[in-house]
Design a protein around this ligand. Sequence first.
Ligand code: ZN
Length: 242
Amino acid sequence: MTTERRQLEVSGIPVEVVRKDIKNLHLAVYPPHGRVRVAVPLRTGDETVRLAVISRLGWIRRQQKVLEQQPRQSEREMVTGESHFVWGRRYRLDVIEQDAPASVVIRNSKTLQLRVRPGTGREKREQVLQRWYRRLLRDRIADLRAKWEPRIGVRVASYGIKRMKTKWGACNIEERRIWLNLELAKKPPACLEYILVHELVHLLERHHNDRFRAYMDDFLPSWRLHREELNRAPLAHEDWEY
Ligand SMILES: [Zn+2]
């Protein structure tokens, strides 16, 4: 697969342009400093990219401003006292070292207890917590697919969970496979539901067009609220037809 990268400057904003074998134009603003990256189909000219960026300048500046105002999420040390989010709620991490298999438990409404063997380093502690987040998501996805697949009238071959830098979810329409971002386990449950419904609706309508939005209004009338909530997070992206 050919991939071509170049830099453009649009209205004083440096833009990284990546041309590759994709169908849609994809614009993203990245933490921590609001770097702008546009991925476009191979034969898209610079002028099209320029126009697309200009038409989204307001949105880009808003995202960059949000990033600026966000307190820097410091690198997680995975030690007692840190804040960690589960389903939109903040918990204080409590690390307990003991000679037993690793585990994670929510202790009361405020404490996330991580039990690890003595001497377990930062990276391994983080892995234990990630695995736990993954299980939380998996269980919730099982409930959600039972609720939504019949309602929307689609069947999904498989759901995958992974860490993605620029997307909350993705849908491979041909393979009927849906990907969900592991980070969703840290957001309110309604956000996961919104992303899952959004990806399911892609099985009815590939593009983010009026028909797509009409389906969303029909199935999940509150979807714009959840989108807002997710857009307040540092992860920000938009896809659109050009
Ligand atoms: Zn979409």
